[in-house]
Design a protein around this ligand. Structure first.
Ligand code: CUA
Length: 152
């Protein structure tokens, strides 16, 4: 009957829809687990234990913390390397003006506001090479503000 045909078509659409969402999340190999915010005085950024020496730090078997200083017009560190199958928490802040920390092709995209520490936990399942760009206009060097993220 037509009714059964319509029902079948509707169910097929739902299956395709779910498969698309699942593929989108899994196919990329990058999954956002959590995001949050802390505060820091912009004047303290360079003296801070984490942001005075921005770096990648291993904190568990497959767990890493990445401290990033977004500043006019660069990211420090400019190249971030983390292993595949790891859980990575990014802490990003700015000592000067508003920037963003956006990893091209992923859902990692956060505003970086002086006085705030943007925090994101992300799972990287597959190796890949990603561009890091600033999506907030921050001055004359805005378009040159970029970095690289390598999952190896
Ligand atoms: Cu930093 Cu735009």
């Amino acid at each position: 009957s037509y009714e059964k045909l319509w029902l079948g078509a509707a169910m097929l659409l739902i299956v395709v829809f779910i498969a698309t969402i699942t593929y989108g999340a899994v196919g990329l190999g990058v999954a956002m687990i959590d995001d949050a915010e802390e505060t820091i005085s912009p004047g303290d950024v360079f003296d801070d234990d984490r942001f005075g020496e921005p770096r990648v730090e291993q904190v568990g078997e497959d767990e890493y913390e990445v401290y990033v200083r977004a500043q006019t017009f660069t990211y420090n560190p400019n190249e971030i390397v983390v292993p595949e199958n790891s859980e990575v928490t990014f802490y990003v802040t700015s000592p000067d003006v508003i920037h963003s920390f956006s990893v091209v092709g992923t859902n990692i995209n956060t505003m970086v506001i002086p006085g705030e520490i943007s925090t994101m936990t992300v799972e990287f399942d597959d190796p890949g090479e990603y561009g890091i760009v600033c999506n907030e206009y921050c001055g004359s060097g805005h378009h040159d503000m970029e970095g690289k993220l390598y999952v190896v």
